[in-house]
Design a protein around this ligand. Structure first.
Ligand code: HEC
Length: 103
């Protein structure tokens, strides 16, 4: 019985791990597909991914504000980066991906 419950714990941990890895991979994939064109080059004044100085005052506004601006648009930032086929969750995961890059 002991070895069976140990196996169950391991299986559970593996599941939790792959779910977390999946969520991160999504954010990166969405970024690569829909955000990189502006957020890698700084086009139109976009804060560049990994540029802590550019992101610091934005992060200070709070993650909810950043989510909202990326979903509904903010100045030259188009709603959902112009990719209206993305779900809200996908856009938010790309925000997380960029914010994590400078934290
Ligand atoms: C067409 C170019 C373009 C694309 C594509 C784009 N952005 Fe942006 N983004 C901008 C610009 C420009 C700004 C700066 C706007 C400003 O501060 O006036 C910005 C700002 C932001 C901000 C900061 C908003 C704030 O309140 O300071 C976030 C978050 C963001 N973009 C997320 C994303 C995400 C996520 C994607 C992909 C789904 C994306 N952007 C795609 C141009 C773009």
């Amino acid at each position: 019985m002991k070895s069976l419950s140990a196996a169950l714990i391991v299986a559970g941990a593996a599941l939790a791990f792959s779910a977390a890895a999946q969520a991160e991979a999504d954010g990166e994939a969405v970024y690569n597909q829909a955000c990189m064109a502006c957020h890698m080059t700084g086009a139109a004044g976009a804060p560049i991914k990994g540029d802590a100085e550019a992101w610091e005052p934005r992060i200070a506004k709070g993650i909810e504000t950043l989510y909202e601006h990326s979903l509904t648009g903010f100045n030259a930032m188009p709603p959902k980066g112009g990719s209206m086929n993305l779900s809200d969750e996908e856009v938010k995961s790309a925000v997380d991906f960029m914010v994590q890059a400078v934290e």
